[in-house]
Design a protein around this ligand. Structure first.
Ligand SMILES: Cc1ncc(COP(=O)(O)O)c(C=O)c1O
Length: 467
């Protein structure tokens, strides 16, 4: 149970969030607050003290408590150099496993993993769709759904992809167990252990784990927080190193949240074609942009280029369904075989349920609602970070998805911070996990797809205090 002063503080914080009190407003005096809330003056003082600690209000001597002005968001500055680093074997991602396991612990406030809180997901619709397929397709559900996977689902995905300009037939697609498996199959299809793979920097750590497990070297190419991977640096790297594949998240990358323009995507494709390098396009966040127009995909812009397109419903429907897919172009047969030897097939019921949700239009309707919810959640978390974190903090301004990349004051050790925070019951993702060479020591990634409540505020404030 929250102590009483916290409840009072949370109530006033909510009023400030909703602009009942605006910056510069004087709040009721301590005695008046105590009287109206039916608490002691000591409780009222503690409530105001908490709000002051959390950056909502400030005490002015002899005058009382006032709502503080909102701090403008300081945006991350690009650090781009045309000279990409040398390729590195990915190792030492052990901290990530602690984080990943923390995701199973309900006692921990989850700001680390890029996993939406179930409150953001259409859990009822999913339950209904699963119940329907269990009832109506019982014998099918009890069998293997051999690769390439459920035809109904491939048909629905193919229709959706064509709406974003990518024409992929049902025969050119393999259903996978999430995008993670799709990425792994794609890399196995086009590389061998010891090969060099170009990745954006910072890169989603799950990708770095796949590289690590396959004995691949990562060539980290710097990415601009708004424009995406530096094509100058990528061009330089391709001249210099024998790169065998390039993996990118062109739409709402994780962790930077940028979305590459069509011009940049075309330039990227031309560059990779010139060097005959396949692109592994991870579009897991493509449906979660903050604008109503879905961004293009490289696969759609260049249907004949060597592109292995990987998608998933983990971020946009539910990670628990574990449904992803890959449209691997000329590598299709190889990928299909690799899928079979890896896990024979993906679970049948979730495939059929996802097909149902797409066919009935429920998925589209849900997307329309959730995109603006994620945008608000990102704005709220960004605001809170600017309010509570120390001077010198900068954050990304994602154009989709639900994570923010936070640059902390120089000298902050985010690995130590993450370990301490985890001991205090909060998971955050430290910057070095997003690099094969331990870069981004003073960065963290925060997931914003969380229910905003007093527990979350306290967790964020605890992290701010540790910094
Ligand atoms: C960019 C990116 N790709 C792939 C994945 C893995 O997706 P899935 O859960 O569908 O395997 C994630 C999950 O965090 C991600 O952020």
């Amino acid at each position: 149970m929250d102590p009483l002063y916290r409840k009072v503080a949370a109530e006033i914080a909510q009023h400030i969030e909703r602009s009942v009190y605006v910056p510069g407003d004087r709040l009721p005096g301590v005695r008046r607050l105590a009287r109206t809330r039916g608490v002691s003056t000591a409780t009222a003082v503690s409530a105001y003290q908490t709000l002051a600690d959390e950056g909502y209000i400030e005490a002015r001597s002899r005058s009382g408590f006032y709502v503080r002005a909102r701090k403008a968001i300081q945006t991350i500055e690009p650090t781009l150099s045309a000279k990409a680093a040398a390729p590195k074997l990915v190792t030492g991602q052990a901290m990530a496993m602690a984080l990943i396991k923390a995701a199973n612990d309900p006692a921990i406030v989850q700001l680390g993993a890029a996993v939406p809180d179930p409150a953001f997901l259409p859990t009822q619709a999913i339950a209904r769709a699963l119940a329907t397929v269990m009832r109506t397709k019982r014998s099918q559900v009890s069998s293997y759904m051999m690769p390439p996977g459920a035809l109904e689902l491939r048909r629905q995905i193919s229709r959706r992809m064509s709406e974003s300009g990518a024409i992929v037939s049902v025969d050119d697609m393999v259903i996978t167990t999430g995008c993670q498996e799709a990425l792994s199959l794609a890399l196995r299809a086009v590389t061998r252990p010891g090969d060099v793979v170009a990745v954006e920097s910072p890169a989603f750590y799950g990708l770095l784990h796949v590289l690590e497990s396959l004995g691949l070297e990562a060539l980290e190419v710097p990415a601009h927080p708004i424009e995406g991977i530096s094509l100058d640096a990528l061009g330089f790297a391709l001249e210099r190193w024998a790169v065998k594949a390039c993996v990118l998240v062109p739409n709402y990358s994780n962790p930077l949240g940028y979305c590459m323009s069509d011009d940049q995507k075309h330039a990227l494709i031309r560059l990779l074609e010139k060097h005959r390098i396949p692109l592994i396009e991870d579009d897991v966040y493509g449906d979660l942009g903050f604008s109503s127009q879905r961004p293009s995909t490289c696969k759609g812009l260049a249907p004949h280029a060597d592109i292995l397109y990987c998608g998933s419903f983990s971020k946009s429907l539910s990670p628990g369904l574990r449904i992803g897919w890959i449209a691997a172009g000329r590598h299709h047969a190889h990928v299909e075989f690799l899928k079979y030897v890896t896990s024979i097939a993906s679970s049948t019921a979730p495939q059929l349920a996802a097909a149902e949700l797409l066919a009935t239009g429920r998925y589209e309707r849900y997307l329309r609602e959730v995109r603006s919810k994620y945008q608000s959640a990102v704005a709220r978390m960004s605001d809170a970070v600017m309010r509570t974190f120390p001077e010198g903090t900068r954050i990304s301004q994602p154009r989709g998805g639900f994570v923010i990349w936070v640059e902390l004051p120089k000298g902050t050790d985010s690995m130590a911070l993450a370990r301490r925070a985890l001991r205090d019951g909060v998971s955050i993702a430290p910057g070095p996990l997003f690099s094969a060479s331990g870069k981004f020591a003073n960065f963290i990634r925060l997931s914003c797809a969380k229910v905003w409540d007093a527990r979350l505020e306290r967790a964020l404030f605890a992290v701010a205090k540790l910094i």
